[in-house]
Design a protein around this ligand. Structure first.
Ligand SMILES: [Zn+2]
Length: 161
């Protein structure tokens, strides 16, 4: 038997002013995108913003549906928008933030498992790591250098070759 420890590097910042200017700007874009959320059922708004390697910045928000399984996550809305408007262009970074109409969220909310899988696929597709910036409505900010760090031992296309 062998035990293997998996390591991820998570950077924790106490305030937005500690971030680099590009990261702070992208987080602001994600917060602005909260206004695009359609979340009448959960009252849980999610905003995401991506910066592409060509410098373009795009954002999106979660879109709910009365048929719950049809709800779209902000991350996937934004990544699909980027792939549609800038096909073949790698994503450099993604900022994700949340706001609830029911309570103040003071911790970063990580992407759901499905979004982690899509982020991993996007990194693999472009052979380019995606920096992740996470913050709740207030509180600390987490950053990771690779979205894949959120999903160790992930399934990828190499299994299908
Ligand atoms: Zn999701």
């Amino acid at each position: 038997m062998t035990e293997k420890l998996l390591h991820i590097a998570l950077r924790i910042y106490d305030a937005q002013k500690e971030l680099s200017a590009p990261d702070a700007e992208l987080l602001q874009e994600a917060k602005a995108a909260l206004s695009k959320s359609y979340s009448p059922y959960s009252k849980f708004e999610v905003g995401a913003a991506v910066r592409l390697v060509n410098g373009a910045v795009l954002s999106g928000a979660n879109q709910e549906n009365a048929a719950y399984p049809m709800c779209l996550c902000a991350e996937q809305v934004t990544l699909a928008t980027a792939a549609s408007l800038h096909p073949g262009v790698a994503i450099e970074s993604i900022a994700i933030t949340v706001r609830s109409q029911l309570k103040t969220i003071t911790e970063p909310a990580s992407p759901c498992g499905a979004c982690r899988q899509v982020l991993c696929e996007t990194e693999s597709r472009h052979q380019h790591s995606i920096r992740v910036i996470l913050q709740g409505e207030t509180g600390q900010i987490f950053t990771l250098e690779r979205a894949g760090d959120l999903m160790p031992l992930s399934f990828d296309g190499s299994f299908l070759e």
